[in-house]
Design a protein around this ligand. Structure first.
Ligand SMILES: [Zn+2]
Ligand SMILES: [Zn+2]
Length: 562
């Protein structure tokens, strides 16, 4: 690629703050200009969900402190699509960035409704762009390319810069028959290929999978056959945000002479957003869950949230027979039109077992063909994109290391140079020279939304909580007189520790004797040193517990001297 005409000081850099090395938490920065005067564009600002090492955390947000410090040079935040891993952090993080937010209509609708929970809602400049449009964000020349995915209005982003052009795919797939949605704009991709794609920054989620994704139209046909065969009540659970799938299910229910009932808050929210933005076909009527009981058994089809086994979602309550309005019994069926995301298997299996115990049939596949399709490109689709865009370099994103490495090798096998070693917090030069690492340790991390607070990266609360969950807690209050004698019997509080040891002795009593031993081993003259007493008591209790229980609880000791 020629670099003639590129101003000597114009450099294009790329910095992921989240999303490379994990699936989720997408937050990518592009920077143009010289190192001391760069302008930045953020593409996506998403969340992820906590894993089992992060107990009690509601959601995980990306640590954006790098760009918070540079926020005067942040030209805007551009959102590719409305999945939570791409848009979910905007409402919460915006006050730290205060840049305009660029979104398409459907995502804008969902973002605005989410912002209503925040006091800064009115301050956020939300700029709606049309799909396929070209516009400027600061110095960035942005051109959107419509792509198929598993939510309406997904976009790839083409950036024309003096240091070379980048095609940032966002989440995408090829689906030539997407049902109600738009197919990927192949003609535009080919035109951009003609114009020149220096770097393809591309979704790696399914880079390990051969072949090509099933099409939504085929999934819709297969679901239609499943619904047509059903005898009793039927419910279909899927990701609420997949509006194409929802409309296909609504169409299938209609064809089978069944009334569609929406069950679960997220299902309502998405269908409302789709209706308000013109994405829901008007002839597809639906009922609220209040109507479920009044519709005859063989005339109802419910769309239900909770395909990932979420304990608070509608499906979990139906499976336990605890849903106040929606009851399923022997002879009814529940269809899983979804893939179980790794990490959620236990929850999904628990629900399926509960359904099976109650005689409800579980449908996870159909003889006719797939009843779910992924929203991400498999190898066959990646090669189709390579042929259209003809990139010089491939930079794999949206993947765990195993996906990124597989994607890099796959591109190299197709004669495309891979930019390897890109991870969150590593800034890369993308042009005009060959891509290379320029800063290996930009600060990044995970922020936790914990109740009403956002905890900083590295807040010890979560580590402590993990320890408490494994080892329990013993609290002791020691009150001494000035002469070193006990003023009262120490008080002990025990949580998450077994009640008694192998001989049946009370664990609180065992802890109490450890407290006396520890204090009495300290000469009376030195019993004014609170720190010394605290340490001795803590050590003594932990040693005693180790001896009888084999585990050391977390120990809090409060010492007062009268
Ligand atoms: Zn997505
Ligand atoms: Zn995604």
């Amino acid at each position: 690629m020629s670099t003639t005409g590129t101003p000597a000081n114009t450099e294009l850099v790329f910095l992921p703050l989240g999303g490379i090395g994990e699936i989720g938490l997408n937050a990518y920065l592009y920077g143009i200009g010289p190192a001391d005067d760069r302008q930045w564009l953020m593409i996506d600002c998403g969340i992820t969900f906590p894993d089992d090492t992060e107990p009690g955390v509601d959601i995980v947000l990306p640590d954006l402190r790098f760009i918070e410090e540079e926020r005067k040079s942040l030209a805007g935040i551009l959102i590719t699509h409305a999945h939570e891993d791409h848009i979910g952090a905007v409402a919460e993080m915006w006050p730290r960035l205060r840049a305009p937010v660029y979104v398409t209509k459907f995502a804008a609708h969902l973002l605005k409704s989410k912002l209503q929970e925040h006091s800064h809602a009115a301050e956020v400049p939300i700029i709606e762009m049309a799909q396929g449009s070209r516009f400027k964000i600061g110095q960035f020349d942005v051109d959107l390319v419509t792509v198929s995915h598993s939510i309406p209005e997904s976009n790839s982003v083409f950036l024309r810069t003096p240091a070379g052009n980048v095609l940032h795919t966002g989440d995408w797939k090829f689906d030539d028959t997407p049902g109600f949605g738009d197919p990927t704009d192949e003609a535009k991709l080919a035109r951009l290929g003609d114009e020149g794609v220096r770097v393809l920054v591309c979704d790696s989620t399914n880079a390990l999978v051969e072949g090509k994704s099933a099409t939504e139209a085929a999934v819709g046909e297969n679901l239609k056959a499943v619904i047509a065969r059903a005898k009793g009540r039927i419910a279909i659970t899927t990701f609420a945000s997949n509006v194409n799938r929802l409309t296909a299910i609504a169409e299938a229910a209609r064809a089978a002479g069944r009334e569609l009932v929406l069950v679960g808050r997220a299902m309502h929210r998405i269908v409302m957003a789709a209706r308000d933005t013109g994405l829901w076909p008007e002839h597809l009527t639906y009922f609220d869950q209040d109507s479920f009981a009044s519709i005859p058994r063989d005339k109802v089809a419910a769309l239900v949230t909770g395909s990932q086994g979420e304990v608070l979602a509608a499906l979990a309550r139906i499976a336990k027979g605890e849903h106040p309005l929606v009851k399923f019994d022997r002879g009814d069926s529940i269809v899983f039109s979804s893939r179980t995301i790794p990490g959620n298997e236990d929850g999904v299996i628990r629900i399926q077992n509960q359904l099976a115990e109650r005689g409800i049939s579980i449908v996870t596949e159909a003889p006719d063909g797939p009843i779910h399709a992924s929203g991400h490109p498999r190898k066959g689709e990646l090669t189709r994109l390579y042929r259209l865009a003809r990139p010089h370099y491939l930079l794999p994103m949206h993947g765990e290391p195993r996906h990124l490495e597989a994607h890099a090798s796959f591109a190299e096998a197709h004669g495309i140079m891979a930019v390897r070693g890109v991870r969150d917090g590593r800034m890369f030069h993308l042009g005009p020279s060959d891509p290379h690492l320029i800063d290996a340790d930009v600060p990044i991390g995970r922020l936790y939304r914990d109740g009403n607070l956002i905890l900083k990266s590295g807040d010890p609360a979560i580590v402590q909580r993990r320890r408490l969950s494994w080892n329990g807690h013993i609290a002791v209050s020691v009150v001494l007189q000035r002469n070193g004698e006990f003023a009262a019997e120490p008080e002990i509080g025990v949580n998450g520790v077994p009640m008694s040891d192998a001989e049946g002795l009370d664990m609180g009593e065992r802890a109490l004797s450890a407290v006396y031993n520890a204090v009495e081993s300290i000469p009376r003259s030195r019993r004014k040193d609170r720190e010394l007493i605290r340490d001795a008591v803590r050590r003594s209790i932990r040693a005693e517990m180790k001896l009888v229980w084999g585990k050391k609880p977390v120990c809090s000791v409060l010492v007062s001297i009268l």
